[in-house]
Design a protein around this ligand. Structure first.
Ligand code: MRU
Length: 368
């Protein structure tokens, strides 16, 4: 995607050929700043503190984290230590473990002297694969939007999304946003309802920023607004992302997604989930029971950061001192509320059979 006329991915290899550039997403929407990662430890901190976030992007960052570790020390012990350090940074998004497993599979059989170059190569491939997957998701999801547009020529198509499953959550294009960008670029009149997504406001800070820069009409709404809009016919479809999709099609995504799916179900609004196949975890079936839900620090709930009238970035407290807060970062939407999964191989049912049929090479390989 372009930022001020320059094309950016969300992660890249710097000109020195070894350090890794990222965009610091904690500074959005008011500041656009890049950061250099020079070690696996820095990559781990960037993931844990959410300078990078979004399931696909944290996977790619972890892959580059392994490459940085191999550059410093390519022994078996260092490879195992890098894996352990990075895999523990965030527990819910399975792309992280998927990418680290990919790195392990590529590097372990190699002699240490060959590992650093191979690690950079595989990390770059994973990044490129993510871009290609998201473009395919864009093409496949475009068909859904096109069909709605064809049924109501000339009318605006209102799409609700939650959190940021956009360009910033991936290497480029995004998952949930890829069909939206594709439709907008093709001239379809789309408008996006952007859930603000408390507590970290990924919708208000990131998705809105992306859509604004790409020129896609959008409106930021408080998280609790979607149900009302659906009751009044103001949402044609919802498209969200996912951090982990189970073998039977349950979808774990940013906290609040489940409530939107319930409201969509009650109002007959199609509820689609866009996902790259590395987000499917064939080792889990019942998402509610089996997926570990990240709990983050209470300050994300008790405090908010924003820009003051005189341009300063300030953090303020919004909860009385002494009140307890809880910060569950994700929830699970059972497959029965999902109209369809938009994947790189087409739009499929959120069911065990459809997922296994679309990705047979992965369905057969459950790992530890
Ligand atoms: O906590 P975050 O910001 O990493 O959560 C991100 C989401 O929930 C996204 O919807 C998900 O990772 C899909 S990104 C293509």
């Amino acid at each position: 995607m372009n930022v001020n006329g320059r094309h950016y991915r969300t992660i890249w290899l710097n000109d020195d050929g070894w350090s890794v550039g990222i965009i610091d997403q904690t500074r959005f929407p008011h500041l656009f700043e890049t950061v250099t990662l020079a070690s696996a430890g820095e990559a781990a901190t960037a993931i844990r503190d959410m300078l990078v976030r979004g399931a696909p992007l944290i996977g790619v960052t972890a892959a580059y984290g392994v490459a940085l570790a191999m550059r410093a020390d390519a022994s078996d012990a260092a490879l195992a230590a890098a894996y352990e350090l990075l895999v523990k940074t965030r527990p819910t998004a399975i792309n992280l473990k998927w990418a680290l497993d990919e790195m392990m599979r590529s590097l372990k059989p190699l002699p240490p002297a060959a590992r650093a170059a191979a690690a950079y190569r595989r990390a770059a491939e994973i990044a490129d694969e993510d871009v290609a997957i998201n473009q395919a998701i864009g093409r496949n999801g475009f068909g859904i939007i096109q069909a709605i547009a064809a049924a109501r020529p000339g009318k605006t198509i209102n799409i609700l999304t939650h959190c940021n499953a956009g360009w910033l959550a991936t290497v480029d294009w995004g998952t949930a946003t890829a069909p939206i960008y594709t439709a907008h670029d093709a001239g379809l009149p789309v408008h996006v309802w952007v859930d603000e997504t408390r507590p970290r406001n990924q919708g208000a800070s990131l998705t809105a920023w992306e859509l604004l820069h790409h020129g896609v009409p959008h409106t930021v709404i408080p998280d609790n607004t979607g149900g009302h809009l659906m009751q009044h016919g103001l949402v044609d479809l919802a498209i969200v992302g996912t951090d982990r999709t189970t073998a039977q099609g349950d979808v774990c995504n940013k906290i609040g997604t489940y409530l939107k799916a319930l409201a969509a179900h009650d109002n007959g609004v199609p509820f689609y989930v866009a996902l790259p196949s590395p987000t499917i975890d064939f080792n889990v079936v019942d998402g509610v029971k089996e997926i570990p839900i990240e709990q983050r620090g209470g300050s994300e709930v008790s405090h908010m950061t924003g820009r003051t009238a005189d341009g300063r970035i300030e953090t303020v407290e919004i909860v009385p001192r002494g009140s307890q807060v809880a910060n569950f970062a994700f929830d699970v939407t059972p497959a029965r509320y999902v109209t369809g999964l938009i994947t790189e191989r087409g739009v499929i049912a959120a069911s065990r059979d459809a997922i296994a049929k679309a990705f047979p090479e992965r369905a057969g390989t459950r790992s530890g």
